[in-house]
Design a protein around this ligand. Structure first.
Ligand SMILES: [Zn+2]
Length: 91
């Protein structure tokens, strides 16, 4: 017997929405790193903030090395994983 409770529906809608959103963002360059890019950045940083070395917590920031506003691409080669403190502090 399969449950179709409210929480199950929420879970499904979450699963269904993510790929659609990523596909849309792939068309025009997004300012935000998507899930797979974030995963790559996290691995490249070995789970540590690339600036201060603090252990990255949930909600860490994907930052552009060359700022998006200056033509930096939203790409893993132009990305770095930072803790919120480092990302929000002026470089
Ligand atoms: Zn940091």
């Amino acid at each position: 017997m399969r449950h179709s409770g409210f929480t199950d529906q929420l879970g499904w809608s979450g699963v269904m929405e993510t790929p659609q959103r990523e596909r849309r963002e792939a068309g025009r360059m997004s300012r935000r790193f998507n899930q797979s890019q974030r995963a790559a950045l996290f691995l490249a940083a070995e789970g540590l903030c690339m600036r201060c070395g603090a252990e990255l917590q949930r909600g860490w920031h994907g930052d552009h090395v060359t700022p998006y506003s200056k033509g930096g691409r939203t790409d893993v080669v132009n990305g770095e994983a930072l803790c919120p403190e480092c990302n929000l502090s002026e470089r």
